[in-house]
Design a protein around this ligand. Structure first.
Ligand code: CTP
Length: 411
């Protein structure tokens, strides 16, 4: 009975080698281990020496049911499973929290302890969840290492923004255990879930409309809600493509990302993908207008006032709807007033199946980590309470899957 249930779990029979490095977020790795086990994974733990300063190996040994290893040359452990054997054992090597030091070692290929040796000796996918002080994360050396790793196909999960253990605020916090587990599922799980086999296309982020070679019109969208939604839909089994305006975010694990700049480019890529899509979601804050003429040379200041002629951009959702009346479409509406009225109007005007509306301001929506949504459809609505964007995204993804199934019973 229990084995029948466990094989249904998204990480059933999957082996994960969890590397824990020294940082205050190490305590969250215990929670992460449990979340991975809840999803069906078998987990073994390797700790760096510094990690021992933050959490004891006994915690991970008790939770994983296996001895925890730290030393490269430990005859007793090497006799049981040598480090090369250990490097072959997992389906994924996950380092969480990943310190600046371990991230640098991974980028450079250094192997001076057990964990860094395993990262070099494995041919399995590597996923890192960085956690460090914001200045260490922002340092050009760390950023260069992160870019090297991303280019090599290593998945970086986070880091997130917010209050840090050192009392500072900024990017560097380890992603929450649930978000890391979802990234692991997205990377490893055979697509199961309510959206398995479904193609979902999302737009996300702002668009950027040039005025001249050095200036452009854009907006405050960070892309965070759209990226979080892409990850949540992937976790429900969907094959997700993200058409993204310029944002400072890594692509979620298992999601295909296409970069664009302008509304017209976004429409062109959306138009290519829409014919084969099952669900199309517009989370992008598309610039409604662009410069009527883009100056070839930098515009010089002369008069005290300057007028800029703008022309309407095409509406991406409306254009796609005209070509695919049957496509399940979800829109977003960011509003500063009369939220329900404007959202319902857009639902009808753009012939959408669902619209997710958010009130802008009060620490919500644009360029923030929290959001709250009110979702409308013909004949109903639901409030998604204020919370981190990843959590809001999971609820919204579930709602989209539910309404999609209702709208396409035969699919
Ligand atoms: N949208 C789009 N193409 C545009 C503008 C908006 O596809 N050129 C999509 C957005 O991605 C979002 C929805 O339409 O899903 C609503 O965007 P919003 O800017 O709020 O709506 P508008 O129709 O532009 O209305 P207004 O700006 O007047 O509020």
């Amino acid at each position: 009975m229990s084995s029948a249930i466990s094989t249904d779990l998204p990480l059933a029979r999957r082996r994960i080698l969890l590397g824990v490095t020294g940082g205050i977020a190490a305590y969250k790795a215990a929670e992460l281990l449990r979340r991975l086990q809840d999803a069906g994974a078998e987990v073994r733990v390797v700790m760096t020496r510094h990690a021992h300063e933050f959490i004891t190996p006994m915690t991970f040994q008790a939770l994983s049911g296996h001895p925890v290893r730290s030393a490269l040359f430990d005859p007793a452990h090497e006799a049981a499973m040598g480090h090369i054997e250990l490097a072959r054992w997992p389906d994924l090597v996950l380092v969480a929290p990943c310190s600046a030091n371990t991230l640098a070692k991974a980028a450079l290929g250094l192997a001076d302890d057990l964990l860094s040796t395993l990262m070099l000796a494995t041919d399995k996918p590597l996923m890192l969840a960085p956690a460090m002080n914001r200045l260490m994360w922002a340092h050009p050396a760390t950023q260069a290492h992160a870019a090297t790793l991303a280019a090599r196909g290593v998945t970086l999960v986070g880091p997130g923004d917010g209050a840090q253990a050192c009392g500072e605020i900024g990017a560097g916090r380890m992603s929450e255990p649930e978000a890391i587990r979802d990234a692991v599922i997205a990377q490893l799980a055979a697509p199961t879930g309510p959206l398995a086999g479904k193609k979902v296309v999302l737009t996300a982020g702002p668009t950027r409309e040039a005025i001249d070679p050095v200036r452009f019109i854009t907006n405050r969208s960070s892309g965070k809600q759209g990226y979080a939604l892409a990850a949540a839909l992937r976790a429900l089994g969907a094959e997700v493509t993200l058409i993204s305006g310029p944002v400072n975010l890594p692509a979620p694990a298992g999601v295909t990302r296409i970069d664009v700049e302008t509304a017209e480019q976004m429409l062109a890529r959306a138009g290519e993908l829409a014919p084969s899509a099952d669900i199309f979601i517009g989370t992008a804050a598309v610039a409604d207008y662009r410069a009527a003429e883009v100056a070839v040379q930098k515009v010089k200041k002369s008069a005290d006032t300057l007028s800029l002629a703008l022309i309407r951009n095409p509406d991406i959702l409306a254009t796609l709807r005209a070509g695919r009346p049957d496509l399940f479409m979800v829109g977003f509406a960011a509003e500063t007033e009369r939220l329900a009225e404007h959202a319902r109007d857009k639902l009808v005007r753009k012939h959408l199946n669902l619209i997710a509306a958010n009130q802008v301001g009060d620490g919500l929506a644009f360029d923030t980590d929290d959001n709250a949504l009110q979702v409308f459809w013909s004949g109903g609505e639901q409030v998604i309470a204020r919370g981190p964007k990843a959590e809001v995204a999971r609820t919204l993804a579930g709602l989209i899957a539910h309404h999609y199934a209702k709208a396409t019973p035969a699919a």
